[in-house]
Write a protein that binds this ligand. Structure first.
Ligand code: DQA
Length: 152
């Protein structure tokens, strides 16, 4: 069984991009944290980052197929700025019927007004916002627990 972690635009620059907002951990550090969490839960980790909206849509569709086939429990997605702009990504998540936990490293609600709205949030199972990179392993843990029979 696998779990995916997808990262959107500019997250390849974690560690050097506005560390006062996003912290000092690099994307490689985040991947290592996620791998540790996934391994502890007996899950295979698929971890990826792209700056391209259509690539995220393709990946969400693939994860949807894997969830339908019973080989994936869903995805943790930090959509970056696409949270605030992308109807296409929202439609992909909605259409894929895939459990998604939306993660934002920073507290988007304490920042500019345009970051307060996410197109993705209504079609996700939940959001983890403002807890730094800790949000990623917490998201994996949540997906795992929600995938257990009788978890609701
Ligand atoms: C972000 C928040 C977004 O508003 C921003 O565009 C990002 C990163 C976060 O993780 O805090 O790229 O998703």
């Amino acid at each position: 069984m696998s779990v995916s972690v997808l990262n959107g635009p500019n997250l390849n620059l974690l560690g050097s991009r506005r560390p006062e907002v996003y912290g000092h951990a690099t994307l490689a550090d985040v991947e290592a944290m996620c791998r540790q969490q996934a391994t502890a839960l007996g899950l295979e980790l698929h971890f990826a980052q792209t700056n391209h909206e259509g690539q995220l849509v393709d990946w969400v569709q693939e994860i949807g197929a894997a969830v339908a086939a019973g080989t994936s429990i869903g995805a943790v997605i930090n959509p970056g700025a696409y949270a605030h702009t992308s109807v296409a990504l929202r439609d992909a998540v909605e259409g894929a019927r895939t459990p998604v936990v939306e993660v934002h490293i920073s507290n988007v609600h304490a920042r500019e007004t345009f970051r307060h709205h996410s197109y993705l949030s209504p079609v996700t199972v939940g959001q983890i916002v403002g807890l730094g990179v800790l949000g990623y392993p917490l998201g994996i843990q949540a997906l795992h627990q929600l995938s257990q029979p009788g978890s609701d």
